[in-house]
Design a protein around this ligand. Structure first.
Ligand code: MF3
Ligand code: CO
Ligand code: CO
Length: 294
C-alpha cells in the first residue's frame, strides 16, 4: 500500500511529520512563506557563483547516490526521504524542496506513472517499479538541482530502455547547449531523439535557470518549441536540463495534493536532470559527484 488494488496504480499515501533541520543551517528566503520573492537578477553567473552552485550540486548528486543505495523492494518512499534529508543536512546544506511553496519533504520521489513532484509517503516499492529521486541542495546561498531514475530490482526490457534512453535524451539536450544558440535547440535535440522510439515528451514541466533562486524564471523547453523560447544561450548561464519521457501520452493529471503529476494514461515515465553552466567551450555539468566532497 498504497496502490489501487484493481490496476496497481499509485494512490496518495500518508505523509510523515516534518523533518528537523538544525538551526545552524541557513535556509533559503522562501522557507516559512507561501512563495519565493520574485527573482529580478539575470541568468549569467560569475566564476565564484558557479563554484558555489557546483558545491551545492555535488552534495545533491552525492545525496541521490546515497538514496539510490537504499532502493530495493519493500522500502517506503518516506524512508528514502529520511536518507536524503539526513545526507544533505549532514553536509551543512539545506534540502531546497522542504518548505518550497509549501512542499513538505526533502526530495521528490516519483514512481512509475508519476511524471514529477511525487511526495514521499508510505508507498512501498515493489520489484520492477521505477522511481525518480530529485534532490536540490542549498549551500552558501546557491542551489544545485539534479535527479536520477532508478529501477527497483529488475524490470522489463521496454522499461529499462525507457530509463536509459531518457538519460541519453538529457545528455543530448546538454550537449546542444552551446553559446550563441537559442535555448529551444535543447528541446529540439531531446524531442528528435525521443521521437525515434515514439515516446511521449512532456512539455509543461521544463528546465529552469538556477542560482540564488531555485527557479530564476528562465525556461528551458524539452520539446521543439521554436519559434518560442528563443533566449540566446550565453557564456556564464546556469540552468537545468531535465526531460521527462513517457511510454504513452505527454498529457498529465495532478493529484488533489497540488504536487503529484501523473501521466493522463498512467503510462510509465522516466526523468533525469543536471544543472549545467555554459562555458566558451560548451556545457559543464555542475551536479556530478565522483567520490569527493569538500
Ligand atoms: N527539483 C524540482 C525541479 O527540478 C523542483 C521540485 S519543487 C518541489 O525543478 F517543490 F516539488 F519540490
Ligand atoms: Co530542476
Ligand atoms: Co530537480
Amino acid at each position: 500500500m498504497p496502490r489501487d488494488l484493481v490496476h496497481g496504480h499509485l494512490i496518495p499515501g500518508e505523509i510523515s511529520p516534518t523533518r528537523f533541520v538544525p538551526d545552524l543551517i541557513p535556509r533559503p528566503e522562501y522557507v516559512g512563506k507561501p512563495a519565493p520573492q520574485p527573482y529580478t537578477g539575470g541568468d549569467i553567473r560569475t566564476a565564484d557563483e558557479i563554484s558555489k552552485i557546483r558545491e551545492a550540486g555535488k552534495i545533491a548528486a552525492a545525496a541521490i547516490q546515497a538514496v539510490g543505495r537504499q532502493i530495493k523492494p519493500g522500502v517506503t518512499t518516506d524512508f528514502l526521504d529520511k536518507i536524503g534529508h539526513e545526507f544533505v543536512i549532514s553536509h551543512g546544506a539545506y534540502p531546497s524542496t522542504l518548505g518550497y511553496r509549501g512542499y513538505p519533504k526533502s526530495l521528490c520521489s516519483s514512481v512509475n506513472e508519476v511524471i514529477c513532484h511525487g511526495i514521499p509517503d508510505n508507498t512501498v516499492l515493489a520489484e520492477g517499479d521505477i522511481i525518480n529521486i530529485d534532490i536540490t541542495a542549498f549551500k552558501d546561498g546557491f542551489h544545485g538541482d539534479t535527479n536520477h531514475t532508478f529501477i527497483v530490482g529488475e524490470t522489463s526490457e521496454e522499461i529499462s530502455q525507457l530509463v536509459s534512453r531518457t538519460h541519453e535524451a538529457m545528455m543530448r539536450g546538454i550537449r546542444a547547449a552551446m553559446p550563441g544558440r537559442q535555448v529551444n535547440i535543447i528541446g529540439r535535440s531531446i524531442e528528435a531523439y525521443a521521437k525515434r522510439f515514439n515516446y511521449g515528451v512532456v512539455r509543461d514541466f521544463t528546465g529552469h535557470g538556477i542560482g540564488q533562486a531555485f527557479h530564476s524564471g528562465l525556461i528551458i523547453p524539452h520539446y521543439d518549441s521554436a519559434p518560442h523560447y528563443a533566449d540566446e544561450i550565453k557564456v556564464g548561464m546556469v540552468f537545468t536540463v531535465e526531460p521527462m519521457l513517457t511510454l504513452g501520452t505527454h498529457e498529465w493529471d495532478m493529484w488533489p495534493d497540488g504536487w503529484t503529476v501523473t501521466t493522463k494514461d498512467k503510462s510509465l515515465t522516466a526523468q533525469f536532470e543536471h544543472t549545467i553552466a555554459v562555458t566558451e567551450n560548451g556545457p559543464e555539468i555542475l551536479t556530478l559527484f565522483e567520490g569527493g566532497l569538500a
